[in-house]
Write a protein that binds this ligand. Sequence first.
Ligand code: 26V
Length: 853
Amino acid sequence: MPELDQKNGQPLNADESPNADRRALGPTQPPTHPLATAPVGAPPFSVDGFVKEFIHELNTNQGVALSRSSVNDQYLALASTVKNYLMARWLETGRKTRDAKVKAVGYLSAEYLLGRQLGNALLATDLNDIAKKGLELCGLDLVTLRNQEVEPGLGNGGLGRLAACFIDSLATMDVPCIGYGIRYEYGIFRQTFVDGRQVEQPDTWLALGSPWEFPHPEASVQVNFGGRTETYTDADGTERTRWVPEWNVLGVPYNYMVPGYLNGRVNTLRLWSAQATKAFDLAIFNAGDYAQAVRAQTFAENISKVLYPEDSTPQGKELRLQQQYFFVACSLRDFIENELEDDFDLHDLDQRIIFQLNDTHPVIAVPELMRILMDEKGFSWDEAWEVTSKCFAYTCHTLLPEALEVWSTDLLGRLLPRHLEIIYAINEQFLAEVREAYPGDELRARRMSIIAEFPERGVRMAYLSTYAATKVNGVAALHSQLLRDKVLPDFSELWPDKFTNVTNGVTPRRFVKMANPKLSELINDTIGAGWVTDLERLKELEPFAEDPEFRERFAEAKAWNKRRLTQVLRNRDGIDLPDGHLLDVMVKRLHEYKRQSLKLLHIVSLYEQVLSGKLTVDQVTPRTVVFGAKAAPGYKMAKDTIHLINKVAEVVNADPKLEGRLKVAFPANYNVTLAEKLIPAADLSEQISLAGMEASGTGNMKCALNGALTIGTDDGANVEIRELVGDKHFFLFGMSEPEVADLGAKGYSPGAYYEGNAQLKAAIDLILSGHFSGGDQHLFDSVVYNLLHSDRFMALADFQSYVDAQARVEERYADRDAWTRSAILNVARTGFFSSDRSMRDYIQRIWHTQPML
Ligand code: 26V
């Protein structure tokens, strides 16, 4: 049966996308909305104008009078008001970019952890004050409306949040970029605790409306799956292959605005949602099976239903591969059909796009582009490879071997038979190059093969990415070095110039300016407002570390942030934060390599020393430890660790012997919204992964930029943070990466550390005694025995060093002035970690694109 056009049931020409008629309408004219022509930079419109617009939106969009409106109505009307303001700029950005025919970045990422949109949009448009005043005139409170927004949590953690920071920076730097991804109906699960254990709830982020998205069902793209391939001879007598797919779905684009900061640029984030094709159900309907047709629809729509909550152990699940191909196929098709001129010569594709692969998740784009060029556009293999090999760059985000994706050829061949053929052919070409470079070295060829033979035949996606990419980068200096030396040594030997480092960064708009208004105000008053887009200017704050008045204001900003956090945690979680405590913060995914258990051992040890009289209570620095962490639902050790943390918290928080000097807080469902409140309040940032395991970290950067001091290992971007802020203002501990490697090679036995360290032994024994489990001596066996007998990430080996570093923390904190001085220097010296700088690095060393400016 031929593929049918979903709209009118006509056969769909392979070269003709459903977008053809949309383009025939010609360039869209910007609307003549009263806000459309407001000048950039100057206050966009008066408070009165805002009120009129807001009420208009409330009445016409929500269909309610102000007096009858709910907070949700008000939030949606406010969102519309801001969107209207951005709309003309968005359309203009698209028009200008297409007209200029410049090279754009296509950021391909399975995840975008965006956080709330309203605050960021108000900031980018300078509408904050006007909105606040206008809403006051209506008897409404901006903060209440902002709190109504449910954040789109379309990512797991660092990788997804990085994508969100990067697209913010590109818009702010006036660089053309389209972010491509998946519009998951359910984002990262909502975490709750039941008797201290993690219980996952679905994240229904779309339930109350989603004002920030613009669906375009008319521009849907068809994506094929399954079936077989066949060869045929074309009119010119050339032998060609075509894919005869078995089933297909539609990708419906949902566009999101990505506003630059005060610069009038609005880039696009295009997320794809899966829908059943009419062709698909028509056939079944016609066969008279209604129920089966409905099931088919559900089957198709499952593809974008839910974000996989695993972030380190790929399960090789078919649905995940479907997701990856789904969004990549939609995105390539979209770019080629809709962003390029009709007569564009695809031989020059690399002059108009560089696709950045955010980890290996989108690498199926490589065979997909080959397929499009050869099977649909008539390119020869060599022509197609010539183009494809210039259009991709690859970022690796991990070193954990189990996190590297390998797709079984069985599965790949079933789902994407043509792509598997192309991957085999790519591998053949690749191995020929290897054999030419190393004649006779068959062992090496086998080692480097894109196809693994054990434990089953599979495609090593990192190898495919590396071969196809113009550049391969790690995400911090140490990580990039280890990537070259340990993960891809043969590749870096063969192509040393392919490898580079781009140290991660975070957007100063969301994570300083928006999240930390008091500090921002202080910085503005001291060095002016330019730092928001030129973060290295924070250096100018350095001399003020010696200014008592500045220090006082700096400390007051931190105190204000703590008061705000106290309110948030009271309302959100019913948690009380004691006054005047050192706020010790560990927020990140729960993973053994990140070593939340090491932090926990420190807490238990402090407590044990008080119980046993080794410490008097007044020797304990008043401290609140805040954890924020989700565990992958199937990761038992991580979930058991959460349970243990919660049980320790219960006992420690309730024990009068501590006189309230030690508290453990574990608010559930850590997300971007909570991070924005938590990080600005932090005094101490816990970055305690085993050296060599954390690719970069970005929470470490956010904390330092907000004036927290780091206690950390020489790992990921910690290395660079320490180099920049100076040893004196960073609490380093633990083995270095080479020491870790040595110890591993010698044979590590955690039991020896337990036996040899009385303080450590006492802490572990307290857990084993059942003290935190109502007398049950076995409740936490899994966690404790794992530490004692395996401890893959060597927490026990670093324990003493960690405890010693914590003592140095307490000593510094006791001298509050010295602490504040160090905190100021952390802010002043970490401007390097702006994602604007990361973007500059990508642009210069990898993408070779230009800002439009
Ligand atoms: C991996 C997988 C594998 C299987 C299924 C789903 C899934 C989803 C995400 C990932 C990527 C995990 C890797 C990751 O998030 N890495 C983090 O990337 C951050 C940004 O570069 C970096 O700062 C963190 O150190 C690194 O752990």
